[in-house]
Design a protein around this ligand. Sequence first.
Ligand code: ZN
Length: 511
Amino acid sequence: MLGYINEVDQRDIDQGNGVYSSGDYIGAAGIEYEYESYLRGKKGVSFQLKDNLGRIVGRLENGDRDSAAVSGSDLITGIDIDLQEYGELLMQNKTGSIVAIEPKTGEILAMVSAPTYDPNLLMMTQTRGEIFSKLLTDPLKPFFDRTVMAKYPPGSIFKTVVSLVGMQEGTLNPNHGIACHGGYFYAGRTYGCHHHAPVNNAVDALGYSCNTYYFTEFRNIVDKFGFSNPQKGLDVFGKYCHEMGLGEQLQIDYPNESRGNIPDSKYYDGIYPRNRGGWRSPTIMSVGIGQGEVQLTTLQMANLAALIANGGYWYPPHLAKKFKDNRTIPERFLKKREVSIDPAYFKIVQEGMAQCVIKGTARACAIPDIQVCGKTGTSQNPHGDDHSVFFAFAPKENPKIAIAVYVENAGWGSSYAAPIASLMIEKYLNRSIRPERLPMEERMFKANLIDKYLANHPVARIQPERTAPVRKDTLPKPEEIPSDAPEGLLNGGPTTSLDNISKGKGGKIQD
Ligand SMILES: [Zn+2]
């Protein structure tokens, strides 16, 4: 996260308006890069008198024209260092990321990309070049910052967005339930749901993460202006997504932020041209469960948790809190962004997330004295093992932390992402972990998923950033329906055989 510095190159010198000269150092990554103009010092000048052999014989005008070097301004971040270190420990031997935000201000509390590198190794020493090229070719891609650069399908956590937009647009009645008979039936195919208690309203739907409900409700939004006019409905949906900072850069003070992807009507018109039949709501209904072409960064997921916690507003997430010389942080971080959705609908989604932790897919991660509102996701990965996702905020009243955890190729949302997030929440709010939760902590510390990650990523396939594959048919195949963990898994720890169930091979489909 801190980044490192490099010796300036000719381009830096040319673009630096005289600030740099050969041999100077410049921030090259992380915060060092972002706040280079704040953190760099001011060079001192000393005018010396030399004789005709180049020997220094004195100072010009007794040094009156000299100026002392000024070191750069110290930056104070909002990072909670204990929480940051704890997150790094929990994520060791895993690939993925954690972002935790203070919802009321947008200040980042912790930001972990795993695996990472030790910036001390990149100090200006003899071995630097060798270490640098080793890191660059590492198949685990330590320079690829998974908090802001990786674009992931969000999976079921995206159902919160569908709930909010549906209620605001009047296509979703929060008091109505749905009869889920184990799946959604369309055109002779079944898109599965897992076994769950009856869904009587919008709170139950989120709590039990019913796929049937969300296929239906997402289609209702897209079809609001008619079945043959899905473009307009989808773009209304997209408008709310952008208000929530989804599919656009949040402008964090950290380099290389990705926009993610919220597909709009133009995007689908490109894939399914109108003169060849176009597309309809069933074509894209996997978006309703956070699959298909939807991709978010972990930062965007954490920000979504923050704005739900706040009941409909957010401040752009940022690392800088203040500077020691009293310079203020960039203006954009102080600007409140509001979502045009009734706060009453946010209350319903908050309650759904509370129920998810009380009796739904995340119940094993409940913390006895803290009411956590959270949502699991198991993000189907067309390239290999599914990803484990969880996003949450706590406590329910007057929330102090919003968090998103994404663990690549780790399977169920409740197997890794939810326990890691709940430990982070407990650590932040209580500063310690309850004795009965120490075995869970131990399990997370010890879990090593690196081999699994490598099995999913033959070196040849590694690219800096993978964009969404354009699929001919975006309807999810039955075996691709994402899933979440049955309760048994939560206490017994994850097993690989459950991956088969997640792919529908065992006939049971979750979340
Ligand atoms: Zn269902």
